[in-house]
Design a protein around this ligand. Structure first.
Ligand code: ZN
Length: 427
């Protein structure tokens, strides 16, 4: 590949210097350009001149989704409207939409770091990329396409759904890369199997985003499509859109573009930083965004930092996969527990399916947790007891809490088309 989209910095120290420059620029830009930010910072008694080190970020006030909605239709806008060349909106379900404004430079920056995702996934000239994500106001298929063209690959912008056309193009145009959501990847994989197209499909890479995907689901996608790599791509509209990070070929966590945004992980209750390796809410601060910069924006998404250097050698730091939303968190015997942690543990134990319920009860003045998990369709009921013990043991050793585990018949727990309710708190 001739052009690289990777950062020019080589060491963590250089990266930190670049980040400090970006932070100082952003705080000044937002303070001078946005009445909202200026007011918030004045209230907090902090201004652009107070940002001398990266740690000074903690002096800045947090921003939330409510702030974005309150600022409708152009929240956080820090440039004159004449400089805005595009807007996108997040598909919020309640109240006012969150609309984000982009300058020309924002769009170029977005394309640049998104191209980095393709580069990290090994996609470049000669590759053909079938893009099966939505285009338009709510979703940003356009960014998948612009970055694909930037790395010199061929874009096949089919858009979402339409399995007939997806399958036809997979066979006729022989793309080797497929971009989609995780559920779309699974749908497609099962369709390819149903139509017996596996031998005629030349895919080797799937880049999938925007939802949590269990290890079992990922393996199934990989196996049915016969692809070498399934990459997770992160991003959200507030932070430009998709393309904010990707796991490398080692698949040991997501590299995120720390030269474009700072990531803090905070305890969602105390808003204090969590210790390295502990789960926290992702709070992001952009370093170059002009139109609608983010300062300490609470994403509600949960993950943990992976502070060790990646075997791939990249200077770009890593976080774990997204483990859920902090609205899903519950406190059990003084420990923060996230359904995503239970997901992870269940996917490591053979004999269970991905479906489970967590019931929390209070008995004799103490909290009790029972996890009902479905037996794998091919599982043996005689092994239930051993499976229950294995899950309970893993929960104890990984989350440091005790839970009773009950294996139930496959398909006996309620299913939902939308997000399933998994936690039943009866305390
Ligand atoms: Zn890596």
């Amino acid at each position: 590949m001739t052009q690289t989209f990777m950062p020019t910095v080589r060491t963590p120290e250089e990266l930190r210097r670049l980040q400090l420059d970006g932070l100082r620029w952003t705080v000044r830009h937002a303070y001078e350009g946005s009445g909202f930010y200026r007011h918030r910072m004045d209230e907090a008694g902090v201004g652009p001149d107070d940002i001398r080190t990266l740690d000074d970020i903690r002096r800045l006030p947090l921003t939330t989704a409510a702030d974005l909605r309150d600022g409708y239709p152009f929240p956080l806008l820090s440039v004159p409207l004449e400089r805005v060349v595009r807007i996108h909106s997040s598909s919020g379900t309640t109240g006012k939409r969150k609309i984000l404004a982009y300058t020309r430079k924002d769009i170029e920056d977005w394309t640049h770091f998104f191209a980095r995702c393709y580069e990290m996934a090994g996609v470049g000239p000669g590759d053909r990329v079938q893009i099966a994500v939505g285009y338009g106001l709510w979703t940003a298929g356009v960014s998948f396409q612009a970055a694909c063209e930037a790395v010199g690959a061929m874009a096949i912008p089919v858009g979402p759904g339409n399995l007939d056309m997806q399958c036809q193009f997979l066979v006729d145009l022989e793309p080797n890369v497929f971009c989609c959501t995780a559920s779309m990847a699974l749908l497609l994989a099962e369709e390819v199997e149903r139509r017996n197209l596996r031998d005629r499909v030349k895919l080797r890479t799937v880049i999938q985003g925007s939802e949590r995907c269990s290890e079992a689901m990922r393996n199934r996608i990989q196996e049915l499509l016969g692809v070498e790599h399934v990459f997770d791509i992160t991003g959200m509209t507030e932070l430009y859109g998709p393309g904010a990070g990707l796991d490398c070929h080692q698949h040991q966590g997501i590299h995120y573009w720390a030269d474009y945004y700072l990531l803090e992980l905070l305890d969602p209750r105390t808003l204090k930083p969590v210790a390295d390796g502990e789960i926290g809410e992702m709070v992001v601060t952009t370093l170059r965004k002009e139109g609608a910069p983010l300062i300490r924006y609470r994403t509600r998404d949960l993950t943990r930092a992976l502070p060790d250097p990646c075997p791939c050698g990249s200077v770009l730091p890593r976080h774990d996969r997204i483990l859920g939303r902090d609205d899903d968190m519950f406190v059990y015997r003084a420990v923060n527990v996230y359904p995503g942690q239970i997901d992870e543990i269940l996917s490591e134990v053979p004999g269970v399916s991905s479906e489970y319920n967590i019931v929390l009860e209070r008995r004799f003045g103490r909290d009790f947790m029972t996890i009902y998990v479905e037996r794998d369709p091919a599982g043996d009921p005689l092994k239930d007891e051993a499976v229950e013990a294995a899950v309970a043991h893993r929960i104890k050793s990984h989350i440091l809490v005790s839970a009773e585990v009950k294996v139930v018949d496959y398909a006996s727990l309620p299913r939902s088309e939308k997000k399933s309710k998994r936690v039943f708190d009866k305390r």
